[in-house]
Design a protein around this ligand. Structure first.
Ligand code: GLY
Length: 335
């Protein structure tokens, strides 16, 4: 049985360690109907353009699921973005392999992992959800399914990404760079990875989420991160809220991060306090690793209140609602 006393003891110990200071935004962002939605939030500064696309659907009464899919396609198609979709940095062997997942208000979900040659994994993920009895397709099977569904096979490795990979091959050293996502990368920069995670609530109050990435640059061929894994990179429960993650996926998977954030919100945590607790779990388990990496969570609750937390400073996210279409907010961080 759930032991509230024990729960309070655990959380107050953690609070003692890191001084949880819950922060919500509900007042500032209530709209005319006194609700916090429609709203869409996305990780990193490339979330601004993604939100803008999603808002075309949300702002005209459309469904959150359609909004997050449309939004996620923007960074997937952006050739200057080397961590999502086409032009993503390849793996160690020169293959661009993409990961994505999507989840709707009914708890339906779909994903693809390690998929090559298809520029919009988020749309393939949606079709896995809608047209198959499965949740996740990987590798060649995912590409085959996409082609059967009418997607065009294309080369995802651009000249710029190829140059960066060739430069990396000279030393072939793997050293993740924290917040690589915030920088405009050039061939020859140090590389990491990252992800766009999007969460939206539509005018009916229904929640959906999407998450898409090319994963860790120069990863081992076959490596899959958190982004296509429901519960790790993304989770939505229409009664409670949604969460998504960015950063080193291995640590997110180990802690089933996005599911944890949603379950904490179910227990009464605000979105940012829930994100903070999930970050603390990662830090507590591997304090030395945590110093070297970035992991950030972004969450929204059923009321449209949102928040984030990250291991390192520098994590940002974009918010779009009736009042603001391009708000970029700095996520709070542990250190
Ligand atoms: N968070 C993206 C990845 O680890 O692949």
């Amino acid at each position: 049985m759930y032991n509230r006393r024990k729960f309070l003891k655990t959380t107050s110990t953690v609070a003692g360690l890191v001084a949880i200071a819950p922060r919500t935004f509900s007042k500032s962002f209530l709209n005319k109907n006194n609700t916090g939605f429609p709203i869409v939030i996305s990780t990193w500064d490339f979330g601004v353009a993604a939100n803008k696309e999603a808002w075309k659907i949300l702002g005209t009464g459309g469904r959150a699921l359609d909004a997050v899919e449309a939004g996620a396609r923007i960074p997937e198609a952006d050739l200057n973005n080397h961590s999502v979709g086409k032009a993503g940095y390849p793996d160690r062997d020169g293959h661009v392999t993409l990961d994505a997942c999507i989840m709707d208000e009914f708890g339906n979900c779909g994903g693809v992992a390690g998929m090559e040659y298809i520029a919009h994994p988020i749309s393939v993920a949606r079709l896995v959800m809608e047209k198959t009895p499965h949740v996740l397709l990987v590798g060649e099977g995912a590409t085959q399914f996409a082609v059967e569904q009418g997607f065009k096979k294309e080369t995802l490795l651009t000249d710029e990404s190829k140059k960066a990979w060739e430069k990396w091959l000279v030393t072939a050293k793997y050293s993740p760079v924290i917040n690589f996502e915030n920088k405009q990368s050039k061939p020859g920069d140090k590389y990491n990875h990252d992800t766009i995670g999007m969460l939206a609530i539509d005018a009916k109050g229904n929640i959906s989420g999407a998450c898409t990435t090319s994963g860790m640059a120069f990863k081992l061929h076959g490596r899959v991160g958190d982004s296509p894994i429901i519960g790790a990179g993304l989770y939505v429960d229409n009664e409670v809220g949604g969460a998504t993650s960015t950063g080193v996926g291995e640590e997110v998977i180990r802690n089933v991060g996005s599911f944890l954030v949603v379950e904490l919100m179910r227990q009464g945590y605000s979105p940012d306090a829930a994100c903070k607790e999930a970050v603390n779990r990662i830090i507590k388990k591997k304090p030395e690793t945590a110093k070297q990496i970035q992991v950030g969570f972004l969450a929204i609750n059923k009321k449209g209140e949102y928040g984030s937390y990250a291991i390192q400073p520098g994590f940002s996210f974009a918010v779009c609602n009736q009042e603001k279409q391009d708000l970029l907010v700095s996520g709070k961080s542990y250190y």
